[in-house]
Design a protein around this ligand. Structure first.
Ligand code: DP6
Length: 441
């Protein structure tokens, strides 16, 4: 029996600073406008995916965060498989130098996919972006995809639009393209993360619940009912794309952050203009917006920006020299509940710096009428811009050599009854992934 072939990759999520909203063609998953994003550092948030191929497997299988999902019923997953198989290449064994799998043989080899996120799925943290980028990249590595990374991004796009921007690191544009088959609708790297290392990110988790209106169905209703969306795609985004790329390349923080805020606000306006309206932001999100604008006024310059995807969580943008001060403002207006206190910020050193830095002097007076909203921000992730999807060592594989998910590890020693129950219910595997990732493992 030929040995199964296995590859493990890690893929980042990304946050759009010019948003994609609306499909030109639902089948090809092409957008009505171009968009641009920063790639979030995988040190903090990532999806790991292990793919294993064998002639012995009778069907493709997929486990997501420890639970098996149907491949046959998932058109997006099927599209990614189909596209990678269509351009598969010969796989050469690195030790023997011999062809281990011929390009033509991939069509008859089935694949097991094991994938896990270290952050809440579908909570507006673009988990589908990381997930489909990881799937396309893992299958691409496994089957020795013969196209370029930009072309592979067009494959990831068919899983989820925003996923095409997660293959590259740094600052990434998704050019909408013009062809009906979507082959020119793909991502390109504008600049790597090293271009602007000062750029910093705080993610405020307002809710980790699954969103009520998926991006796909929200876009569909917006396309059908919002005139503002049509105007945005035709007349607003094209010039914003040019200005945004220029701001990033010039490392002009004020221009970058102001455009990101304006574009997030316009995206959420198109949601309100959709009939019936869609509400992704909530009162806490709007309070975050108020605090950021007051913070900038108190500083006398734009030191922070915000952007919100299809959920209430805030992504705050700043420069590393101002992160501690911004975090101090966040902690002053959104203090953690007593239960969330420990580990509220994933970066203890930054929290200590924030305590020293304090919020800007004039801020409390500007927000005198706003009482602190205790416990409404659940968690703060400090992160920054990082590299794109990349392969991992075999030691980080999520699967056995036969492609099946590793059995969940035993509950941690001294676990509370709640944790023991979670393990008994089969949640041990995702919890272990989350815990391991947050602890930097
Ligand atoms: C608000 O990429 O999740 O995050 O292509 O239907 O899977 P599908 O949509 P998806 O939409 C993301 C929308 C957004 C904006 C963005 O990321 O550009």
């Amino acid at each position: 029996m030929a040995k199964p072939v296995q590859v493990t990759v890690s893929s980042p999520t990304n946050i759009a600073v010019i948003k994609y909203w609306g499909k030109r063609d639902a089948k090809a998953n092409t957008p009505i406008n171009s968009s641009v994003s920063i790639t979030i550092n995988q040190r903090d948030l990532r999806t790991v995916t292990t793919v294993t191929a064998s002639k012995e497997f009778s069907k493709d299988r997929l486990w997501l965060n420890g639970t098996e999902e149907s491949v046959a019923d998932n058109k997006r997953v099927l599209a990614v498989f189909r596209e990678v198989r269509a351009r598969a290449g010969d796989r050469v064994d690195s030790t023997t130098g011999e062809v281990a799998v011929k390009a033509a043989d991939w069509a008859s080899m089935r694949v097991y996919v094991v994938s896990a996120n270290n952050f809440p799925t579908a909570a507006g943290l673009a988990s589908s972006a990381a997930g489909y980028a990881a799937l396309a990249h893992a299958l691409g590595e496994l089957m020795c995809y013969t196209g370029s990374l930009d072309e592979l991004s067009a494959v990831a796009r068919q899983g989820s639009g925003s996923a095409c921007r997660s293959l590259h690191g740094g600052f990434v544009a998704w050019d909408m393209g013009a062809k009906a088959d979507g082959t020119d609708s793909m991502a390109r790297q504008v600049a790597p993360a090293e271009h602007w290392p000062e750029l910093d990110v705080l993610i405020l988790v307002v809710s980790d619940a699954k969103k009520t209106v998926s991006s796909t169905s929200g876009m569909d209703t917006s396309i059908k009912t919002s005139k503002l969306l049509a105007h945005r795609a035709a007349s607003v985004v094209p010039e914003r794309m040019v200005r945004m790329e220029a701001a990033y390349l010039a490392r002009d923080f004020a221009a970058f952050a102001e455009l990101a805020m304006a574009d997030s606000n316009q995206f959420h306006s198109t949601c309100l203009d959709t009939y019936p309206p869609i509400f992704y932001m909530n009162d806490v999100s709007r309070a975050v917006i108020q605090v950021v604008h007051a913070f900038n006024s108190a500083c006398g310059e734009t030191r922070a920006g915000y952007t919100f995807d299809a959920g209430p969580n805030a992504v705050l943008l700043t420069r590393k020299e101002h992160t501690a001060q911004l975090l101090a403002a966040v902690l002053a207006f959104f203090p953690p509940s007593a239960e969330a206190e420990a580990g509220f910020v994933n970066d203890a050193a930054l929290r200590a710096q924030a305590a020293k830095a304090g919020q800007p002097a004039g801020l409390p007076a500007l927000l005198a009428k706003m009482a602190p909203l205790k416990g409404l921000v659940k968690k703060v992730y400090h992160t920054d811009v990082g590299p794109g999807a990349h392969p991992l060592d075999d030691a980080e594989s999520l699967a056995t050599p036969n492609g099946l998910p590793h059995a969940p590890p035993p509950p941690p020693a001294g676990a509370t009854w709640g944790i023991q129950l979670a393990w008994a219910l089969g949640l041990g595997y995702p919890l272990a992934c989350i815990g391991g990732a947050l602890m930097g493992k």
